[in-house]
Design a protein around this ligand. Structure first.
Ligand code: ADE
Ligand code: ZN
Length: 387
């Protein structure tokens, strides 16, 4: 109880500090960036492995005695520029995660992400992890989850950030592998693993073949989400599939809900969250960020519970969630109220207790009020100086 109170207090204190930031700047663009960075927010769609920055990749390769094809971080970035679709991105992703071997590696990747996220206003984060990729290389589950548990504890103490993990199954692999992994992960359910997800390339049969695994995960008290990546073949059918066969509470990406008006109503009525990600690949195709940001704006306008997320920030040009909210605002006609609505949604669809939700939303509203007051004071001073 005492540590919980301390945790809430430390969040209040850090939010109070960041709330002062926007007014300290004179020019509008800096003001806006500071406002967005300090805005309390949750991040709900980010892959542990995809947060690995090229520099950390090299550190782990070296300390694990792995001979890498890449001598410098720039070499890794150049390799990432080869990704041009989901399949080619996943190939590189699976190659790069090969350097993650020890408990320390999992700890360091997670804590580096938590630090970066906290510096951009994230107070709560639910992070996807792909154990099958690591089990296949002989990494024991206890090594993986042990590193994540230590990073989570460090993030709480050092940063006042609440982290949790989503056990993800690879949807291009057999469902019985997923079923076995679910059972083997049970000792870590609760505070460390709070839900299950599906990722990797979007194969045709993916929602239905995981129906019994999802039913079991639900029975074990876990939350449910799944990727439906953007503009994949059969995307509308897959959206319906994750709703009807898997009973998900959220859809990762989910931007193609816009393709079907009946689906829009269904997602709205069921209060299903959509965790949008504006960035595509390292070598982003011109116009794609605008396309995705535009879809997020439309979904928000339609009253859906959509959020902005970084997905694979270390492998996609190091854009974290604050950067992305700023980019989304710049590439659409969103104003400050829209950005606040996106942050509000992130707490609305987070897998937290009602009391935590109320506390985070109250912090967010206080932050916005303080920023508005500070803006009014700045405007007053400018007026007085002009007179
Ligand atoms: N694994 C890492 N990032 C992913 C994404 N955006 N979609 C599916 N699988 C992924
Ligand atoms: Zn993703």
């Amino acid at each position: 109880m005492a540590s919980r109170l301390f945790h809430i207090w430390s969040i209040v204190a850090s939010v109070a500090l960041t709330a002062a930031a926007p007014a300290a700047r004179a020019d509008g663009a800096n003001d806006n960036r500071a406002f967005i960075m300090g805005l309390p927010k949750a991040e709900l769609h980010v892959h542990l492995e995809g947060t690995m920055e090229p520099e950390l990749y090299l550190v782990m390769a070296r300390r694990n005695g792995i001979t890498s094809r890449y001598a410098t971080a720039e070499d890794v970035r150049n390799r990432l520029r080869d990704a041009h679709d989901l399949g080619s991105f996943i190939q590189i992703y699976e190659e790069l995660v090969g350097v993650m071997r020890t408990e320390q590696d999992f700890h360091d990747v997670a804590l580096a992400y938590f630090r970066k996220a906290r510096s951009q206003g994230v107070l709560h984060s639910e992070v996807y992890v792909d154990p099958q990729l690591h089990l296949a290389r002989g990494v024991p589950l206890a090594t993986l989850y042990g590193g994540l548990a230590r990073a989570r504890a460090d993030a709480r103490h050092e940063l006042g950030l609440d982290g949790a993990f989503i056990l993800s199954f690879l949807r291009d692999r057999p469902a019985d592998q997923a079923a076995q992994l679910l059972e083997e992960s049970r000792p870590w359910f609760g505070s460390l693993i709070i839900g299950v997800g599906l990722d990797n390339p979007e194969v045709k049969d993916f929602p239905a073949k995981f129906a019994s695994v999802y039913a079991r995960a639900h029975a074990l008290g876990l939350h449910l989400t799944s990727h439906c990546d953007v503009d994949q073949p059969d995307t509308v059918a897959h959206h319906w599939g994750v709703i009807h066969d898997l009973h998900v509470e959220r859809i990762d990406h989910g931007l193609n809900v816009l393709n079907d008006p009946v689906l829009i109503n269904e997602v709205r009525n069921r209060r299903i969250g959509l965790t949008g990600a504006p960035t595509l690949f390292y070598a982003d195709i011109p116009g794609r960020m605008e396309y995705r940001a535009g879809a997020i704006a439309k979904l928000l306008d339609q009253g859906l519970l959509v959020t902005v997320n970084s997905d694979d920030p270390g492998m996609k040009r190091s854009l974290y969630v604050g950067d992305l909210l700023e980019r989304v605002q710049q590439t659409t006609s969103m104003d400050r109220a829209h950005i606040v609505a996106l942050a509000r949604n992130s707490f609305e669809i987070a897998w937290i207790t009602p009391a935590q939700r109320r506390a985070y939303l109250a912090m967010l509203e206080r932050y916005v009020r303080n920023a508005d007051k500070a803006q009014d004071r700045t405007d007053q001073i400018k007026l007085t100086v002009r007179r």
